[in-house]
Design a binder for this molecule. Structure first.
Ligand SMILES: Nc1nc2c(ncn2[C@@H]2O[C@H](COP(=O)(O)OP(=O)(O)OP(=O)(O)O)[C@@H](O)[C@H]2O)c(=O)[nH]1
Ligand SMILES: [Mg+2]
Length: 370
């Protein structure tokens, strides 16, 4: 029988722990093809959580306890994964909060989704059928919805509706592969980093809607400032989309600088000078995108592979020039030619047409999913 370990990190969760343990083991009969374990990873709770778990261990032989230092949620999970590898050897792990906000009755649904072929299943609060507590204060709503939106648009993964919730099921092969990467993320941002890793490694991502309940006991451990700053930084450093936009801006600067150099310093005629500078910018963009923005999908193969992709890249870039020309003339015709209005039109065309056009085509034809 395949083994599934539910991992619940705890820091002072005495109020809910007994309930959690009972409810998790209640699920065992609903997933008869699986051998169910529960691992509590505690970071030196002082409220009696540990004593309660030890008491419950007498009743449940598959209840494990790992005591670790207080080094953040991500670190607690990593220690839990290592423990699973060494002591249990599971096929699947399920992450769950121990404060009663995640309903263990959902465990069979997670397992089913895995059985249907997903590698990484996220319990989502932000799709139909899911919810956040109605009585959450405005600041908490902004923090959660804001963080999820920044990540979703930052990574341009519009189909993924939830990045931060910690109720998840993950096949253990993915945990093994991700371990070294995740070592760098000891706080709550670990959850974002793990899903990002899974997507970049072509894991099949599934979602199931969940209701995130209000905490009724104990206190929140989340530090809003640390959490949001780490999340923004993570997205900024790891988003291909943001890097692609930055490369576009650099390309703009390269184009202008070389045009200036050729025309004003080297006295080349304006038309060929602009063609040379545009091609230099295209080459810069191609290289920067390959070795920076899309480095996890870097072009494979030798010179010929690069040459072919570079020719394709030139085609896509020529498409941008044509779109800009046609778009601008249409805008001038339909919305008028007020002084400097072309600047607004140009910015809008770049933001809403050129950026999506190039990003989609680059992903489809040049830096394809492996
Ligand atoms: N072992 C361990 N567990 C932690 C640590 N930080 C948080 N936890 C646990 O991780 C789970 C999620 O933490 P919460 O503070 O509830 O975070 P949250 O659910 O996003 O925030 P609230 O909605 O305010 O509760 C809870 O079971 C905590 O006890 C830690 O440093 N070590
Ligand atoms: Mg909580």
């Amino acid at each position: 029988m395949k083994r599934v370990v539910v991992i619940a990190p705890t820091f002072n969760e005495k109020g809910e722990i007994e309930n959690l343990v009972n409810k998790v083991f209640d699920q065992s009969k609903k997933i008869p093809n699986w051998e169910l374990y529960l691992l509590i990873v505690d970071s030196r709770s002082k409220d009696g959580t540990i004593e309660m778990v030890k008491k419950l261990q007498k009743k449940f032989s598959n209840l494990h306890l790992l005591e670790t230092e207080k080094e953040g949620l991500g670190k607690a999970y990593l220690n839990g994964f290592k423990y699973c590898e060494e002591k249990i050897n599971p096929y699947l792990v399920i992450q769950i909060d121990a404060d009663g906000q995640h309903d263990p009755n959902k465990i069979p649904e997670f397992v089913k989704k895995i059985e249907q072929g997903s590698d990484f299943v996220v319990g989502t609060r932000y799709s139909q059928g899911g919810s956040i507590p109605k009585n959450w204060g405005v600041h908490r709503k902004i923090l959660s919805i804001g963080a999820n939106s920044v990540i979703k648009f930052g990574f341009m993964k519009l189909k993924v509706t939830e990045w931060t919730n910690g109720y998840r099921a993950i096949k253990f092969w993915l945990v093994r592969n991700a371990y070294n990467y995740l070592k760098n993320y000891s706080g709550y941002v670990f959850q974002v980093a793990f899903l990002d890793f899974a997507i970049k490694n072509n894991a099949v991502i599934g979602e199931i809607p969940i209701h995130f309940k209000e905490r009724t006991t104990g206190i929140s451990k989340i530090n809003a400032f640390q959490y949001s700053s780490q999340t923004f930084l993570y997205v900024f450093k790891n988003s291909s989309f943001i890097k692609f936009v930055i490369v576009g801006l650099i390309g703009f600067a390269v184009d202008f600088s070389f045009a200036y150099l050729f025309i004003n310093k080297l006295h080349v005629a304006k038309t060929p000078a602009n063609m040379y500078s545009a091609e230099i910018a295209i080459f810069f963009n191609f290289m920067l995108n390959n070795f920076w923005s899309f480095k996890h999908k870097k072009i494979d193969g030798g010179f010929l592979a690069y040459l072919w992709k570079f020719i394709t890249f030139n085609f896509v870039s020529s498409g941008s020039i044509i779109i800009q020309g046609v778009g601008l003339s249409l805008a001038l015709k339909f919305f008028g030619d007020a002084p400097n209005s072309w600047i607004i039109y140009k910015i809008l065309i770049i933001a809403f047409v050129i950026i999506p056009y190039s990003y989609i085509l680059y992903n489809k034809f040049i830096w394809k999913k492996r």
